[in-house]
Write a protein of this length. Structure first.
Length: 131
C-alpha cells in the first residue's frame, strides 16, 4: 500500500506541476495582451491629441467665419430696412403728387370746358358731386 500512496502522491505532484505550467502560460498570454493593449492606447493617444488640437483650430475658424457672416447679415438687414423706408417715402411723394396733378388736371379740364361752353357751374358741380 505504501507504493500506491507514493504513486498517487507522484500523480498529484505531476498534476500540480501541469496546472502550474498551464497557469504560467495563461499569465504570459495575459501579460502579452495587456502589453499590446497598452501600446495601442499609447498610439491612439498620440494620434488623438493632435487631432483634437486641429479640431479646436477648425472650430475657432468656423466661429470666426460665422461672426463675419452674422455681421454681413446684420448689414444687409439694415440696408434692406433703409431701402424699404426710402421706397415708402418715394411712393408716398409720387402718389401725393399724382393725386394733386390729377385733381388739378380734372379741375382745369372742367374749368376750360365750362369756359368754352359758356356754362356756369353750380355749387354741387363745384364740389365735385354730379348727377
Amino acid at each position: 500500500m505504501s507504493a500506491f500512496v507514493e504513486l498517487m502522491t507522484g500523480i498529484l505532484f505531476a498534476g500540480i506541476a501541469v496546472a502550474f505550467f498551464v497557469l504560467a502560460w495563461l499569465f504570459l498570454r495575459l501579460a502579452r495582451i495587456f502589453s499590446t493593449t497598452e501600446q495601442t492606447i499609447k498610439d491612439v493617444s498620440e494620434q488623438v491629441v493632435p487631432l483634437l488640437g486641429k479640431t479646436h483650430v477648425t472650430v475657432d475658424n468656423i466661429n470666426s467665419q460665422l461672426a463675419q457672416l452674422d455681421t454681413a447679415v446684420g448689414d444687409v438687414a439694415g440696408i434692406t430696412g433703409e431701402l424699404d423706408q426710402t421706397t415708402t417715402v418715394i411712393t408716398q411723394g409720387v402718389r401725393g403728387g399724382v393725386i394733386r396733378l390729377s385733381s388739378a388736371t380734372a379741375g382745369l379740364s372742367r374749368g376750360i370746358g365750362a369756359f368754352f361752353k359758356g356754362e356756369k357751374l353750380t355749387g354741387e358741380e363745384q364740389s365735385g358731386e354730379e348727377d
